[in-house]
Ligand binder design. Structure first.
Ligand SMILES: [Zn+2]
Length: 148
């Protein structure tokens, strides 16, 4: 995988140093015309479900701790999300394991120095992006430990 993972708001300028940009939100930004899309991939599987998103961000029925708890559960129970995470965590030399299938759209990310996770949130402290980043980093440590 890439050496570093950044989290950015969609409102921030994209930079060369962002590397592989992935939108991890449930919705694409409405204000942005399709031809101006500036991400390599859109991964809805790494976004909260509509229901969770609504409870936390819209209706404010649950707090951050509960949001984290439910988000982690959603990811763990979604095979597509697990696959996306493990590909993003794989290192170039174990690419073959994660990337033997051509359809795996995240394979490309291993060729970049940096992966940038994009979300609508301005404050990445209370954004699921920080959780996704932590999950990828944790997985990567397991991958590296395994190789020793
Ligand atoms: Zn967010």
């Amino acid at each position: 995988m890439a050496n570093s993972i950044k989290i950015k708001s969609l409102k921030e300028q994209s930079e060369e140093s962002d590397g592989f940009r992935i939108l991890i939100a449930r919705y694409r930004p409405r204000y942005l015309p399709k031809y101006k899309e500036n991400w390599e991939q859109w991964c809805k599987d790494l976004a909260p479900s509509r229901c969770l998103w609504k409870d936390y961000l819209k209706d404010k029925k649950i707090d951050w701790a509960e949001y984290v708890r439910r988000f982690v559960l959603e990811i763990k129970n979604n095979p597509e999300a697990v696959e996306a995470l493990s590909t993003l965590a794989s290192t170039p030399d174990n690419d073959d394991e994660g990337c033997h299938q051509q359809h795996n759209k995240y394979c490309l990310s291993a060729k970049y120095e940096t992966v940038t996770l994009l979300c609508h949130c301005i404050d990445d402290k209370y954004c699921h992006g920080s959780l996704v980043k932590a999950m990828i980093e944790e997985l990567r440590e397991q991958v590296l430990a395994h190789k020793k």
